[in-house]
Design a protein around this ligand. Structure first.
Ligand code: KG4
Ligand code: ZN
Length: 335
């Protein structure tokens, strides 16, 4: 019988807990923090307070709904980083308390590696090596995955994450947070050929999304000078054009990464992988280039503890445990 592990995720604004038994994820309990909506983005101080409020019940639900007694646990896993310091601190402290009380080992998980390992929760699982583009509100990375715990970041954003670009553009248009899903929704009704935006060209496989945000701001400001109703009158076309642009920026680099590495097994992860244009363009590109595409179920794309549990399972099998003196890391490189 394989290990039974409780995993906790608290790196940003989702408090989540999951139980994994012998490599099989039993559940994925997520408490979403609605408190940030009215601020147009995640407020770190409020996030850590909400984690503190939610963590006990979230863990309790994960244990109960999987029929797991605390005494059955073989290890407790938590997200060590990267993430918001105060948020990470809540999960790590809770995990330490539990590990100490039950006298079981701790497993520290890298959140970015966990996003990649979300592909091993359900079938079909990719074969090694594969490329995984992790795209969310906090991250934009292309990862070369050689094995479950052997990964290398071969490209990443030098400034904003792509989800941040979606959210900030939405905010400029007066849409509520998180704006990414709304831009996707309105884009479905719009024409993506109406407006053009400048392409920021970064060397190698790196990305930059801060330029497009500024260009978008100036574009709307200039149009609104002659037509104050510009945004309302053109909302769907603006969303469709911007979305097309952002997706193009992502897929251009992903294609280059595939050419450079010769790898045709291509995965995406993170909240932005819910984007319908990214999915359809990825499938179209994959078909013409002979790629095999992997996209996890949506609940495993956004921040969740099931992916942390999956990562913890592989670390357990390798005997990679942490001491009680382990500290959170706001920035955390791949091991
Ligand atoms: O992975 P996630 O839940 O949290 C982190 O940021 O780690 O990702 C959230 C991000 C937000 O920026 C949100 O706007 C974006 O994913 N997002 C989308 C869509 N659904 C979520 N962006 C574009 N289109 C979508 N359909
Ligand atoms: Zn994430």
């Amino acid at each position: 019988m394989g290990p039974i592990i409780l995993a906790i995720e608290s790196s940003c604004d989702e408090t989540s807990a999951s139980v994994i038994r012998n490599g099989k994820v039993l559940n994925n309990i997520i408490a979403t923090q609605a408190v940030h909506r009215k601020y147009g983005g995640v407020v770190p101080e409020l996030a850590s307070r909400a984690h503190q409020q939610n963590i006990v019940a979230t863990v309790q639900t994960a244990l109960e709904s999987s029929g797991t007694a605390k005494t059955e646990l073989d290890a407790v896993a938590f997200t060590r980083g990267p993430g918001l310091m105060g948020s990470l601190m809540v999960g790590i402290s809770y995990a330490k308390g539990l590990a100490l009380g039950l006298d079981i080992p701790l497993i520290a998980v890298n959140h970015m590696q966990a996003h990649v390992l979300a592909h091993f929760i359900d079938e079909p699982k990719p074969n090694f090596p594969f490329l995984c583009m992790t795209v969310s509100g906090g991250h934009t990375q292309i990862v070369l995955v050689r094995d479950h715990l052997d990964m290398e970041v071969i490209g990443q954003t030098q400034d904003d994450a792509v989800g941040e670009a979606f959210d900030k553009a939405a905010k400029i248009m007066g849409l509520p947070y998180p704006g990414g899903p709304l831009i996707d929704k309105y884009a479905k009704e719009g024409n993506s050929e109406v407006f053009k935006f400048p392409m920021t060209n970064m060397p190698g496989l790196d990305f930059s999304f801060s330029g497009i945000k500024t260009a978008f701001l100036y574009f709307l400001r200039d149009e609104q000078k002659t037509n104050p109703a510009f945004v309302t009158e053109n909302r769907n076309d603006i969303c469709a054009s911007l979305q097309k642009h952002l997706v193009q920026m992502l897929l251009k680099k992903l294609r280059e990464a595939s050419v450079q590495t010769g790898i045709k097994a291509i995965a995406i992860a993170g909240g932005v992988s819910a984007n319908s244009r990214l999915r359809s363009e990825l499938h179209a590109m994959g078909q013409s280039l002979g790629w095999t595409i992997f996209i996890p179920a949506f609940e495993y794309c956004t921040d969740n503890a099931a992916m942390v549990a999956m990562a913890a399972h592989f670390k357990y099998l390798r005997g990679e445990f942490s001491g009680l003196d382990v500290t959170p890391l706001a920035r955390m490189p791949f091991e």
